[in-house]
Design a protein around this ligand. Structure first.
Ligand code: HEM
Length: 490
């Protein structure tokens, strides 16, 4: 080149075309950087970041250690999200899990439930709640069983439940106030939800029988996620034994009803009334008893935990409590002394309903909803392989500052505005939406109505640590309170 062009020629060339050369170099540089960034982004879009660790074990030990701490198992998720970003994958108990953090991802999973995704089959769970439980059956049976179970849980059918629950609640709160003793809201709400559900489902009201059924249901619930080996002393063994006793009891109740020795108006009776219907329009006995057990187990701990959190959140937010109490007192003033609450009264609790919504948003009783991918698929551009577990992360969505301003602040009035689709999912969504959501909401409303319109309380232990080894977040203290009648202060 130098033979043809002298140095002077070169300098002259560069000087003459200096602008063009700079622009050309600039363009090449920018194109190079954009291509590199695009390739990296494309790779990231496909590959979800995360640490899979060694096969089988992966990050199981870290997960168990979080579950065994007073921060709760969601701390495991929170930490990984801070390391890897919103989308991350991990390996737990030998399976790859992806945590789905967005409304768009939730929509994809819920809209394709039973088609591209399904609940994973867990042997211990099927052994405990039964093969005919809504939690275990195939898609065709699920549709039929759910349709037949749904009616007694519709809002209209819950009016007698509201009145019965209200009576039971008033009596128990009065006794507790009169005793002047501190009691744990969690224990109280566990007993209340259990007794009222057994009453609504099969009219069981005797104390001893209730106690025996509750003990057995707790043993079954504890065994649902255990190793399925029938070794005496293990949780699984105790759970299976408890299930056998429960099935025997439920069958006896059904037989007494069929012999006409016992006639009650309840959920069970509404199922037995279908005895002469074609098979597509009724449940057989094993479907009835498996789902009685499922309803009790799915309904008790969830509702009880939410009731406990509602007391804690109201106590921490006095302005909200005052506004809520004012609405409840305005309803009490309109009613005759000693009259029970009705569904219509609950409809007048516009602010109360928002308090319940906000409690469920913040407490995240079910932290995430697990599914398994039935085929290779994509969620929001992220590749998901067949067999991977995808967990719709309700907690992440409920605490997303782009969806909820100041998400850590308890502010029921945020629900004055409409929510974006799939941004509020405490009861899930799609074909598996919670069957008992109306029942849970009315239970919480009646409870908070009686508590705030009849009493003030003090929390006797302000410890904020969570219970260890619990898959539902609950205060370790159980939230002990002492009641004082509101009349004493007037
Ligand atoms: C605050 C209380 C409650 C919460 C937060 C709650 C939450 C949920 C959620 C998120 C699901 C769907 C899980 C998934 O998609 O994997 C679900 C399902 C279910 N819930 Fe609830 N629940 C509550 C109370 C109740 C009650 C009171 C009952 C019954 C008496 C009940 C019965 C069920 C049943 C049977 C299912 C399974 C539905 C199906 O697979 O088709 N729940 N619940």
């Amino acid at each position: 080149m130098l033979n043809i062009l002298s140095i002077e020629d070169l300098v002259f060339f560069v000087q003459k075309y200096c602008d063009i050369i700079i622009v050309a170099l600039f363009c090449i540089g920018v194109t190079y950087l954009i291509t590199k960034a695009w390739k990296r982004a494309a790779k990231e879009r496909e590959e979800i970041p995360g640490r899979l660790g060694v096969p089988l074990i992966g990050e199981t030990l870290s997960f168990l250690s979080a579950a065994n701490s007073t921060k709760g198992c969601y701390d495991f998720v929170r930490l990984r999200r801070s390391w890897h970003g919103k989308w991350f994958k991990t390996r737990l108990f030998g399976k790859i899990h992806v945590y789905v953090p967005s409304t768009e991802g939730a929509r994809t999973v819920f809209a394709n439930d039973f088609v591209q995704f399904n609940k994973g089959y867990v042997k211990s769970m099927a052994d405990c709640v039964g093969e005919k439980s809504l939690l275990c059956v195939s898609v065709e049976n699920h549709k039929r069983i759910r349709r037949l179970l749904s009616d007694p849980f519709s809002l209209n059918s819950l009016s007698s439940f509201v009145e019965k629950f209200d009576k039971m609640l008033c009596g128990r709160l009065q006794k507790l106030e009169a005793s002047g003793k501190s009691f744990k809201v969690l224990d109280f709400s566990m007993k209340m939800t259990f007794d009222s559900m057994c009453n609504m489902l099969m009219s069981v009201t005797e104390d001893l029988l209730l106690q025996q059924i509750e003990q057995d249901c707790t043993a079954v619930s504890d065994a649902m996620l255990s190793f399925p080996f029938m070794i005496p002393g293990t949780r699984y063994y105790k759970g299976i034994k408890a299930r056998r006793r429960l099935m025997q009891r439920f069958r006896e109740i059904i037989e007494r009803r069929r012999r006409g020795e016992d006639s009650k108006e309840d959920f069970l009776q509404s199922m037995l009334r279908r005895d002469s219907y074609p098979s597509t329009e009724k449940l057989d006995d094993s479907e009835i008893i498996d789902n009685l057990l499922t309803l009790i187990i799915a309904g008790q701990t969830t509702t009880a935990a939410a009731m406990m959190w509602s007391v804690k959140f109201l106590d921490n937010n006095r302005e909200v409590l005052d506004k809520f109490r004012e609405e409840q007192l305005s309803i009490t003033r309109k009613k005759a002394e000693g009259a029970s609450l009705t569904l219509e009264d609950l409809n007048d609790m516009a602010y109360g309903k928002k308090v319940i919504k906000e409690t469920l948003r913040m407490s995240n009783v079910l932290l995430w909803f697990p599914r398994v991918a039935l085929e290779d698929t994509k969620i929001e551009g992220h590749e998901i392989k067949k067999g991977w577990h995808v967990n719709v992360d309700a907690t992440c969505i409920h605490y997303d500052p782009d969806l909820y301003k100041d998400p850590l602040i308890f502010n029921p009035s945020r629900f004055d505005e409409m929510q974006k689709p799939y941004s509020y999912i405490p009861f899930g969504s799609g074909p598996r939406t919670c069957l008992g959501m109306n029942m849970a909401k009315v239970t919480m409303l009646v409870f908070l109505h009686r508590l705030t319109s009849g009493y003030t309380w003090t929390i006797d232990d302000s410890d904020t640590c969570l219970e260890k080894k619990a898959h539902i977040p609950r205060l370790r203290s159980g939230c002990p309170i002492t009641l004082k009648s509101l009349r004493d202060g007037i």
